[in-house]
Design a protein. Sequence first.
Length: 338
Amino acid sequence: MPLNEVWLSPPELEEGLARLFGRPTPPHALLLVGEEGVGKRTLAYAFAAAWMCWNRTPAGHCGACAACLRWSDEGQHPDLRVLRPDPDQIKIDSVRAARQWMSFAPTTAPFRFIILEEAHKLNPAAANALLKMLEEPPDGYAFLLTATATDLLLPTIRSRCRIVRLAPMPPEQLAQRLQARYGLEQEQAQRLALLAEGVPGRALRWAEALIAEPPAPTDRRGAGRTTNELQAIQALYQLVEQLCTANRQEALHLAERFRDICKQLEASVPDRSSRSALAMGLDYLLRGYRNRLVAKPMKAIIEARRAILRNANPQLATETLFLQLLGDEPSPTRSKAY
């Protein structure tokens, strides 16, 4: 996808990225930060494709030069290396292989890129190995890292990256783009944009599923996933209302219900991990309280989300959180027993 077709927010982000193309070389390392679905991966690939193009412009790659003709949106290119969690960690062997790959000059492109998807899932050994690569990069190489939060990465890695923060789009703007691209009815587009909380990736996935041809009777998985995800999000908002009037025992049952809903979120997207689904569920809880103008629980939810992404026990973390939301756990420090 060309860079100018990526849906980005805030608006000044596009202006800042465009200014980078006035440089003779790409930034040494960019860390793209934002919640799931805001466009981190899409932007990373579009940015790399633009810099690997011999005729690059702020609009993106040309699609016709020798380097572009070798490009694949799945990350297949002789001058591109992509590291992903396998299954839930980026391991040192992957980083070592990338380091060895860095000993070669670009094949067809002017620069070589290493993309680390979900860099916050680097295990400690891999993170330390990456740090050495960031400290002594060869000429002609650049790094693109994506993460859901900066504090999930080593401070030394963060300090060697230029941080780019992506945010959800205003729902009204997202609804307009959905209408323009898919021809949705205004009410339908607004509903998707609101349920997606302005996150383009979610809204695009749902819109594409809604307008797709009905699946064959033997393959209804795509439509089912979309329906399940939308139902799960609506259930999370209802959970906030139930929790606001619950007692202690009911809160523990609601914590179990929350985990079940997150399993539904996990199953709705093939490559979504259980912890990513739990973090997404907590994001919607946070928004539910924000919509009700209840500020007190927000810190507890943010801390629980951070703990989940740092491999806290999901049952203990969610039960502790839900009791905190009732006020039955007065000391936030107790949650450190995760």
